[in-house]
Design a protein around this ligand. Structure first.
Ligand SMILES: Cc1cc2nc3c(=O)[nH]c(=O)nc-3n(C[C@H](O)[C@H](O)[C@H](O)COP(=O)(O)O)c2cc1C
Length: 305
């Protein structure tokens, strides 16, 4: 079965990507499988300048998931371009950079640095970060800011596919999806983590130093499916679904509600080889349930009359 996916100009050999922040810069996972078995890999979030991230502890286990408040620890875009990226060159896998910035101008500057990098197939724009210039409210919670950030990235990297990664921590995901499309996004990816926290009654203390953290893993899959379903209805650009995918069946659920492709996040921590075999597993499952192609299956959800 043909598992190729065309995401508005971004060609993937199969619909499986790995999610930002859960797969390093890619090479860290090379001991567990062949990176070329993936449709794409999204590198961990990068910013203009290096960031140390949040204080420890910054990870906690939860029922069927995990909380993290890493705080986009990264070596900065220059280091990414000179060290991580060359190591991935000549591999037949789409590499996506994941952008993190504190205002729209900074997003533009970051995009400009990456605009002419051949090794980058697309820019994924993380709008879940706080907008420092607008009092700290996350870009992703303000549709006007989503449009502005998307425009800024598109303007500075006109030749690059721009995928806007939406936050689920909003009242209406459809409004946010439309805002990104209006800004010129080529595709959307969702969901980022759900805002959450965990506390320790014995220590009377938060389990994560940052107090508030992001929930991911199987616990969030129903929320993610709902968000992807609503985003697909709202816009004409392709949508990449993620949130709690831990099996081929999970991945196909996202395709059934209309996603073109999927990303695997937290599952990489539990099973570092999981993402590599996922496309093949999806293909087998599609065949066994009588689907004729990935395209035919996509969005074929039968709603009750
Ligand atoms: C430890 C960790 C770090 C993450 N870092 C980033 C990041 O740098 N940029 C980003 O856009 N998303 C980041 N995410 C969010 C994931 O890419 C993904 O959107 C989310 O975890 C939901 O998918 P999952 O349930 O399969 O993990 C991170 C998630 C985790 C667990």
């Amino acid at each position: 079965m043909d598992m190729n996916v065309s995401l508005n100009g971004l060609e993937l050999k199969n619909p499986v990507m790995t999610a930002s922040g859960t797969f390093g810069f890619g090479l860290e996972f090379a001991p567990y499988g062949d990176l070329e078995q993936l449709g794409g890999l999204v590198a961990k979030g990068i910013s203009l300048k290096p960031r140390e991230g949040n204080p420890m502890p910054r990870i906690a286990e939860t029922p069927c998931g995990m909380l993290n408040a890493i705080g986009i620890q990264n070596p900065g875009v220059e280091d990414f371009v000179t060290k991580a990226l060359p190591a991935l060159k000549n591999r037949d896998v789409a590499v996506l950079a994941n952008l993190y910035a504190c205002d729209a101008e900074e997003f533009g500057e970051l995009a400009a640095v990456l605009a002419d990098e051949d090794g980058i197939a697309a820019l994924e724009v993380n709008v879940s970060c706080p907008n420092v210039k607008e009092g700290g409210i996350a870009f992703g919670q303000d549709p006007a800011q989503i449009t502005r950030v998307t425009e800024a990235v598109k303007k500075k990297a006109p030749g690059k596919h721009v995928m806007v990664k939406l936050s689920p921590n909003v009242t209406d995901i459809a409004v946010c999806a439309k805002a990104a499309a209006e800004g010129g996004a080529d595709s959307l990816s969702l969901i980022n983590t759900l805002s959450g926290m965990a506390v320790d009654v014995r220590k009377r203390a938060p389990r994560i130093a940052n107090v508030i953290a992001g929930l991911s893993g199987p616990a969030i899959k129903p929320v993610a499916l709902r968000c992807v379903y609503q985003a697909v209805q709202a816009v004409d650009i392709p949508v990449v679904g993620m949130g709690g995918i831990a099996s081929a069946e999970d991945a196909l659920e996202f395709i059934l509600v209309g996603a073109h492709a999927v990303q695997v996040g937290t599952a990489n921590f539990l099973r570092p080889d999981f993402a590599f075999g996922l496309a093949k597993e999806m293909e087998s499952l599609l065949k066994s349930i009588g689907a004729t192609s990935l395209e035919e299956f996509r969005g074929s959800l039968q709603l009750p009359l």
